[in-house]
Design a protein around this ligand. Structure first.
Ligand code: SF4
Length: 213
């Protein structure tokens, strides 16, 4: 990210924070991934139960590692050896205190847009965990909802597809979305979060870096 992008981000972030507040979501803006980690750990009290969905951003800032080393009860599907165990843990995650993740896009006025294959992540964003803490690189901010949906389809999902070598989606093969109905399709459910019923349930930490995809 260039210095000019960072300068622009500082201005743009103020608009995003105002948008989030108008939607009863709590927003923070930090400059670095180290500050994002510190802020996230400030928000999550020791002793809390914590879980997460698939998120590159929380790994990139070291949040998963810090939680695993800390004094928390972790509902971790990653360490479950069987499909049944993973499913049980994903269902349990809906009752955790803090669910961690990112968003595939966020509009300048604070709307979150996410797409999911398994959909445990978007379902926890919508309902279940007491709090949701999202780590969001400024690379994910879009002008409006149309651009957010475009980003999700044409940047986030095709990039995510590259993680799955055996996935037989068109975007895995070509790098471009073909609006598929492939059995491996990553785009099963879209979640648009435009307002939080419970004030402050969703906490968004904007980071002046490129994180995730
Ligand atoms: S090709 Fe299919 S899986 Fe890939 S981004 Fe498009 S709809 Fe999603």
């Amino acid at each position: 990210m260039t210095d000019y992008e960072k300068i622009r981000n500082r201005k743009r972030a103020q608009k995003v924070l105002t948008g989030l507040a108008s939607r009863k979501m709590e927003g923070y803006f930090v400059e670095t991934r180290e500050e994002a980690l510190q802020k996230a750990l400030e928000l999550i009290p020791e002793g809390a139960s914590v879980s997460w969905g698939g998120s590159q951003s929380i790994s990139e800032i070291g949040l998963k590692e810090a939680i695993l080393k800390g004094s928390y009860t972790v509902y971790n599907r990653d360490t479950e050896p069987t499909a049944e165990g993973k499913r049980a843990m994903m269902l349990k995650a809906h009752s955790c205190d803090y669910f961690l993740g990112s968003t595939n896009a966020i509009t300048e006025d604070g709307v979150l847009v996410n797409v999911d294959r398994n959909s445990n992540r978007v379902s926890c964003y919508a309902y279940g965990p007491k709090y949701v803490v999202l780590i969001v690189g400024m690379n994910k901010v879009t002008k409006d909802l149309d651009h957010a949906l475009y980003r999700v389809r044409n940047t986030a999902a095709p990039l995510n597809a590259q993680r799955f070598k055996d996935s037989k989606t068109p975007c895995n093969a070509t790098g471009s979305c073909a609006n598929c109905k492939s059995p491996d399709c990553l785009c099963c459910n879209f979640l648009i979060t435009r307002y939080s019923k419970d004030t402050g349930r969703i906490k968004v930490i904007l980071v002046n870096e490129a994180l995730g995809f």
